[in-house]
Design a protein around this ligand. Structure first.
Ligand code: SF4
Length: 582
């Protein structure tokens, strides 16, 4: 069996530690040099003689990874970053007139694959220091759609425009007003038209450094689309957007694909992924070690395969259990013990006014919170958490709360110190399922966005309180992590009989974990009206009606799916007033 060894020499302390690891290797001990300490002091591992015993990994888990490759990948990778570095084995297929979705966890080569398609990175077919010619690439993909694509790349007929993943980095690299920045890339001379479609006309004269995350996301999408290209790639186009904006952006991206233009999308919100893509690839592999791409399938099939955790054609199991959604039982009012209640709460913040009609949260309930950006969700959560004082109304304030804010602050404390309580008390319920152990010795400011989010969720759940308030816990998480975090929150509340209020924009995430829903109505930045909690069906119906979209449940996985606007099902469900098929 072929295996991949990845070594991060920066994470090994000194020569003594390297020699110690070398001395542990059974292959070295038997006289064959498998682990070598090179003249420059770096460790290398010979993958052809390594027997995969894992002893060196145990000795330096942060620095060394050894992974057995599935049989199907017993071949040369398309690209290897260097000796004992990440390897990519396959590429996704762009198709004209189609939106191709790419589904998969972070760290398995999505950006590398896109860079190769874009011609930014020339693959080396595992010959380090070399760059493959277009003839070699075309030959490698003979008989596939990728061959046709690279023939066009070779002829100079493909121009790619790319919307990067981390839009929050844009203000660090760019200066000036949004309009001026977009004008610079407006090769199509369509700035006003595109700005209107993406609803960013009102912020065109604002400074790029002063706009919100959701506005920045739409400015980045506009910049990508204003360039003249014929392959448009969007890496996570809906982060920071509320559901209304997610649907709007999805429609906009879908409309780009035509016989002259191909579109590719990486997206972690599964309902949006389903809505936006015609066909999809699953990317699988091992984080920071290797990645490969499954065959192209209709999106629905790809999602169901992904949820099942098993790629049949490749014979690869990437999750122990399949993810199963539940048909919702109609909500029945039970006599439950009330934990917190409010009546006619009012709060004025500058020009914004928040009003909360009467409502209550019972013990043991998980309440999902839905609403547009800028409509007071975080303000309400902060009032419940006692971080902001209300101006009017009643609220029983004797409830102990633990609050995970929307924006996470990182400092140089070690993860294991910050999470002392949950590590001691809830290793099996929180720390292990969230896979936080490998982060113990890292400082908070060394973590990626997704890692920091998991730590913040663990910190919030680790406190002994009555009510857990989690503001946007799905942000920065990949699709797999979202499934895990929603399960951890739900199982924890069930186990402890505690209550949670979860604000999020990922409908699937909320559908999976919530018993009830609160809906925020009103006009962003002006007025927010808090309604509910309602039963799932009533709350979802109210929310989806405003968005004018209907959801059905997939027959196989029971996952909620957005109906095509104007389709038979969409019309039928609207006639019955059943926007949400619970
Ligand atoms: Fe040696 Fe490979 Fe075992 Fe590491 S996993 S100790 S390199 S045989």
């Amino acid at each position: 069996m072929k295996r991949i060894a990845v070594v991060d020499n920066e994470k090994l302390k000194d020569k003594q530690q390297k020699l110690h690891i070398q001395g542990l290797c059974p292959v070295n001990r038997s006289g064959t040099e498998c682990i070598k300490v090179e003249k420059d002091g770096k460790i290398t591992i010979d993958e052809s003689t390594c027997i995969g015993c894992g002893i060196c990994v145990k000795a330096a888990p942060d620095a060394i990874k050894i992974v057995n490759l599935p049989k199907i990948l017993d071949r040369k990778p398309i690209h290897r970053f260097g000796e004992n570095q990440f390897a990519l084995f396959s590429l996704p297929t762009p198709l004209f007139d189609k939106v191709i979705g790419i589904l998969g966890v972070n760290g398995i080569g999505k950006s590398t694959a896109i860079s190769i398609l874009a011609g930014i990175l020339k693959p080396n077919f595992d010959e380090l220091g070399k760059e493959a010619s277009y003839e070699q690439i075309i030959d490698f993909f003979k008989g596939t759609e990728v061959q046709l694509f690279f023939e066009k790349v070779k002829e100079g007929d493909i121009k790619i425009s790319y919307k990067p993943q981390n839009v929050e980095l844009i203000p660090k690299a760019q200066k000036g007003k949004v309009r001026e920045l977009l004008k610079k890339v407006d090769e199509k001379k369509k700035l006003n038209e595109i700005a209107k479609e993406l609803e960013i006309e009102n912020i065109l004269d604002n400074d790029i450094k002063k706009i919100s995350g959701g506005e920045l996301q739409r400015v980045a999408i506009a910049a990508a689309v204003l360039k003249k290209a014929n392959l448009y790639v969007f890496d996570e186009p809906t982060s920071y957007l509320d559901i209304k904006q997610r649907i709007n952006v999805s429609k906009f991206i879908r409309n780009l694909a035509d016989e002259k233009d191909a579109v590719m999308v990486v997206e972690h919100d599964l309902i949006i992924f389903d809505y936006i893509s015609d066909l999809a690839h699953i990317m699988y592999g091992s984080e920071d070690v290797y990645g490969s791409v499954s065959g192209l399938k209709p999106t629905k099939n790809s999602i169901n395969v992904y949820l099942s955790g098993y790629l049949k054609e490749e014979n690869i199991r990437f999750r122990d259990k399949k993810v199963q959604f539940e048909q919702r039982k109609p909500f029945v009012k039970k006599q439950q013990e009330e934990l917190v209640s409010w009546e006619d709460i009012g709060k004025k913040l500058g020009k914004f006014v928040l009003k909360a009609e009467s409502g209550s949260i019972n013990k043991g309930e998980v309440i999902g919170v839905l609403g547009e950006n800028g409509i007071g969700k975080t303000t309400f959560v902060k009032i419940l958490a006692g971080e902001i004082k209300k101006d009017a109304g009643k609220l029983n304030e004797n409830v102990k709360v633990s609050y995970k804010p929307q924006y996470l602050e990182a400092n140089d404390e070690l993860v294991m110190n910050v999470l002392k309580d949950p590590i001691n008390k809830y290793a099996n319920q929180i720390i292990n399922p969230l896979n936080i152990k490998p982060l113990f010795l890292k400082k908070l400011n060394e973590l990626s966005g997704g890692e920091l989010q998991k730590v913040a969720v663990a910190l919030c759940l680790g406190k002994d309180v009555d009510l857990y308030l989690l503001d946007e816990p799905s942000a920065y998480l990949d699709v797999e992590q979202r499934l895990i975090v929603s399960k951890v929150i739900r199982d924890f509340m069930e186990l402890k009989g505690r209550s949670a209020l979860v604000v999020d924009h990922d409908l699937l995430f909320l559908d999976y974990l919530s018993d009830k829903l609160m809906v925020f109505d009103g006009i962003p930045a002006k007025e927010g009206i808090v309604k509910g909690p309602f039963g799932m069906e009533e709350g979802m119906n109210m929310f989806l009606k405003k968005l004018n979209i209907t959801l059905r449940r997939d027959k196989e996985s029971l996952m909620p799916r957005v109906n095509k606007l104007g389709s038979k099902l969409d019309r039928e469900q609207k006639e019955k007033g059943k926007y949400y098929y619970g």
